[in-house]
Design a protein around this ligand. Sequence first.
Ligand SMILES: *Cc1c(COP(=O)(O)O)cnc(C)c1O
Length: 217
Amino acid sequence: MTLASVQSRIDAALAAAGRSAGAARLIAVSKQQPLDRVEAALIAGHRLFGENRVQEAAGKWPDLRTRYSGVELHLLGPLQSNKVNQALGLFDAIQSLDRPSLAQKLASAVQKRGHCPMLFVQVNTGEEPQKSGVIPDNADAFIQQCRSMDLTISGLMVIPPLDEEPTLHFALLAKIAERNGIGELSMGMSADFETAARMGATYVRVGSAIFGDRAQS
Ligand SMILES: *Cc1c(COP(=O)(O)O)cnc(C)c1O
């Protein structure tokens, strides 16, 4: 696939579900991709990107941002507390808020800066031990806790278990968002972004379907 064909599949899925055009924004996931592929997307006019690691993003995006205006960058991977300040300097959104200690670090760093990125709470809907995210039973309390620290939670993010039908996980994420008054849903990757777009995603995160296979790290 190409960036343009992924975008047109999203448009078609939104239309089929009776959702408005542009209701789900495409995050091009550029982690572990050769720079020329990322630049091709920038040259084609795409501006919304996702990265998994602070260090990797720090190595490429400050330079790319000087050459392409209007870039919006989302952190999708786990954030270590000692990298919070660096992350705040790099990212417009953090989609992996997953624990009280991180919320606390963010809250105090944000207060010093006077500026907060868009925040998403990651929910581990499959309750997989190896995966980050709050489990569904703890989501409401965690969201409340973040709000009590004056953090605005804009959205929820999910990575469903690899071997399971994603629809149940997407539906569960939407339900948790709705009961907490949260508007943004980050769900759907290369294998299931059309399903996610039909089911209410406001952000889909697509890497390999746009850029091809990643370099192994
Ligand atoms: C890598 C990654 C993606 C993109 O995965 P693809 O299968 O290449 O589309 C999306 N979301 C997160 C959190 C990721 O780590």
